[in-house]
Design a protein around this ligand. Structure first.
Ligand SMILES: [Zn+2]
Length: 341
């Protein structure tokens, strides 16, 4: 359900965290020609060159560019900046509606391709998780194929929090989906750990489960002052973006140094070669999250309710808060609008 090619020219991450897996495989056939730049989005000191392949999109260009801006702002808000100085985004119009399979490359300055249905509306763009998911891939180094679960896991786990903090997603809906979907990452019969069990569930949601457990434990060990966000920012600040090839061990050590607590490396030791079952109902109970039909209820009397809040909105040591960040980034975003066709 995923493919990662490691040749210099086409090293890439192909994503299919949901039901779009089989469809996303079609994207794998697409190479990346140098299209004409049609628009540029600036996010802080980073530049995103957006080009659209031949084809029809009924949505106004303003909606398409706002979608790119929103996605980039959500990711930049989580990481404190957009992950790379420059990336190219290639939009491939297709039939139907909605945002489809995406793919991210680390070579040649990094680039992303993503399919967008001709009938996609602003409402579809506003609900989209795929472009933020792809952009989050830019924020972690390229690691060996057997660790692909960490690359997908970070994107699956971080994306909804980034969108909630940017006020692009409802917090209740986010936790409902996390509680609903996280069991897909649990080990099944015959599981041999994350480095050896390359199923769809263990790759995408097993990786997200690793992130959830790490996030909770970092908050527990730092008196709720730091979280996975601080570890991931530390890795990015040390130069660990998708354009770099790193050993996973090195990345996790850098992350642990950033938080000051040993969590990522020991948890990896626990999960890489063995199933490491997790009692998810007990995890939701201590965080104070109770499923109620198609919603969740938050219980502030739970033992780790404050950790749930910090995981959701960011630890107290991670300035600036979501609102201030969003406003700052919005002011820095410029559309150059260099239409050359
Ligand atoms: Zn992905």
């Amino acid at each position: 359900m995923y493919e990662k090619q490691r040749s210099f020219r086409f090293r890439s991450i192909l994503c299919s965290p949901g039901w779009l897996g089989p469809l996303a495989l079609f994207v794998a056939a697409c190479a990346y020609p140098a299209d004409t730049v049609t628009s540029t989005v600036l996010i802080g000191n980073s530049r995103i060159d957006v080009s659209t392949e031949e084809g029809q999109l009924h949505a106004p260009k303003e909606d398409v560019m706002k979608w790119v801006q929103w996605s980039a702002e959500a990711v930049a808000g989580y990481y404190g900046r957009f992950p790379v100085p420059h990336t190219s985004l290639r939009i491939i119009p297709t039939s139907g509606d909605g945002v489809r399979g995406g793919r991210t490359w680390g070579d040649h300055g990094s680039h992303i391709s993503i399919h967008v249905g001709a009938d996609t509306t602003w409402s579809d763009f506003a609900d989209d998780w795929m472009l933020p998911h792809e952009m989050i891939h830019l924020a972690f180094p390229d690691v060996d194929d057997r660790h692909h679960w960490i690359e997908e896991g970070i994107s699956v786990y971080v994306e909804p929090f980034a969108r909630v903090r940017a006020h692009h997603m409802d917090v209740n809906q986010m936790w409902f989906e996390v509680v609903r979907d996280m069991p897909k990452g649990l080990p099944g019969p015959g599981d041999e750990g994350l480095d050896h069990t390359h199923t769809w569930g263990r790759t995408y949601w097993g990786g997200a489960l690793f992130c959830l457990l790490a996030d909770i434990e970092i908050h527990e060990k730092t008196n709720n002052q730091k979280g996975l966000q601080d570890a991931l920012r530390g890795i990015l600040d040390a130069g660990g973006n998708i354009q770099q090839e790193w050993d996973l061990q090195k990345a996790l050590e850098v992350g642990d140094r950033a938080t000051g607590v040993a969590v990522l490396v020991p948890l990896y030791e626990e999960m890489k070669d063995q199933p490491h079952p997790v009692d998810l109902p007990a995890t939701w109970a201590k965080l104070g999250i109770e499923r109620d039909g198609d919603k969740v209820r938050f219980l502030d009397s739970a033992s780790e309710a404050k950790i749930r809040e910090a995981i959701t909105w960011g630890a107290t040591s991670s300035p600036p808060d979501a609102l201030k960040k969003s406003a700052t980034l919005e002011n820095l975003t410029i559309f150059a609008g260099r239409t050359t066709r």
